[in-house]
Write a protein that binds this ligand. Structure first.
Ligand SMILES: *[C@@H]1O[C@H](CO)[C@@H](O)[C@H](O)[C@H]1NC(C)=O
Ligand SMILES: *[C@@H]1O[C@H](CO)[C@@H](O)[C@H](O)[C@H]1NC(C)=O
Length: 354
């Protein structure tokens, strides 16, 4: 009896091992949907970048680091490599073919503009002879690939919830989301809000906050951010038909102004950073906003995919414009990203998810 049980145990262990080996093998050669696309490392790959900035005439000065004089270009040759698979290389023609007749809209602040510009560059450089038009209607920029009838749009909306001019001044209304009118009928929506929540002083674009019928001069900014996300989440649940519309959240794009967080305590910014943080983890950990965002996303009943780009972007202390951005030597931009650069991989991941 004892021997028989022993044999069964061995058989059981062998089976478990075989299953584990199969799973592991599948993981290594897997298609991206079986693998965690957001845990990985940056590797040098001379076949990147996916486009030369010069082939994309409409990159704004803000992101055009090379033309603004950035001398080191190694940062453009890194590719994001998830630990257990390879990303499918972005294929602009395939993307446009699959989106034929459809519309995509990025909604959010200048980090959305960064990703939108990356997307239009990826698509245009793949098909440089395909006609396009660019138009602006109010706050919405519309890039149309006319032969494919694909619209790639940007709705500039830094809080997602409304800022309304009233008698007392400009009111940030955490429970109001009338701006959502512009999102109706779009086939793929990619939202983002974060960078404007801690603005104070002359660049803060509101005078009062209104929440739950109460108007106040200010409140805990992280709570305000969370409240706005809850309002947005309720809008998604009430308005999105998942059979027609695909919804993404861009995630929290990180800044690099404190070298202590990447074990370089003397660094006060991202200037002269030429290489990514090696490995898969960021010494400084995640910004607290990520936890708030994830907890609100977990309450949404409709399917929303988080482009969980925070860690992979945290590793790219070398990816920002620094003094090669909008204000040149007078500026120090360690918030936005050079193009070509990091947002191309946010889009490559997006491509792998659709
Ligand atoms: C692009 O537009 C031009 C001018 O309108 C037109 O002559 C050309 O045939 C178009 N190209 C394609 C590939 O549709
Ligand atoms: C940088 O980060 C460290 C670690 O979190 C913190 O102690 C320090 O105050 C920060 N420095 C600045 C200038 O914010």
């Amino acid at each position: 009896m004892g021997t028989k049980r022993h044999r069964i145990t061995i058989l059981f262990l062998l089976t478990v091992t075989a299953v584990m080996i199969t799973v592991k093998a599948r993981g290594e050669y897997s298609s991206p949907e079986q693998c965690d696309l957001f845990t990985g490392t940056w590797v040098v790959d001379e076949s990147y970048p996916l486009y030369k900035p010069a082939t994309c005439p409409f990159i704004e000065r803000e992101f055009r680091c090379e033309a603004n004089g950035r001398p080191d270009l190694i940062y453009t040759h890194y590719r994001w490599k998830p630990l257990s698979c390879n990303l499918l290389r972005f294929n602009g023609e395939d993307f446009l073919e699959r989106m034929r007749g459809k519309s995509i809209m990025f909604v959010g602040d200048s980090l959305s503009r960064n990703q939108w510009q990356s997307m239009t560059c990826l698509l245009h450089s793949a098909l440089p002879n395909s006609n396009y038009t660019v138009a602006r209607v109010g706050d919405v920029s519309i890039f149309t690939f006319t032969e494919y009838e694909v619209k790639v749009m940007l709705d500039r909306n830094v809080y997602l919830v409304d800022v309304v001019r009233e008698d007392i001044g400009r009111v940030l209304k955490l429970d109001s989301i009338e701006g959502s009118k512009l999102w109706n009928g779009v086939d793929m929506l990619i939202f983002n809000t974060w960078h404007w929540w801690y603005r104070r002083g002359p660049t803060q674009p509101w005078d009062y906050i209104e929440v739950g019928g109460e108007v106040m001069k200010d409140m805990d900014r992280m709570k305000a951010f969370e409240r706005a996300l809850i309002t947005w989440a309720a809008w998604v649940d009430a308005n999105i038909d998942p059979t027609k519309v695909r919804v993404f959240f861009q995630g929290i794009s990180p800044s690099h102004y404190n070298g202590t967080l990447w074990n370089e305590p003397t660094a006060k910014s991202c200037i002269r950073e030429k290489t990514p943080v090696p490995g898969s983890t960021y010494p400084g950990g995640l910004p607290p906003a990520v936890g708030v965002l994830k907890s609100v996303l977990s309450t949404i009943k409709k399917p929303v995919t988080l482009l969980d780009i925070t860690t992979l972007s945290l590793l790219r202390k070398d990816g920002h414009p620094s003094i090669y951005g909008l204000f040149g030597l007078k500026g120090m931009d360690c918030s936005h990203w050079c193009l070509s650069g990091v947002p191309d991989f946010w889009n490559e991941i997006l491509y792998n998810l659709i």
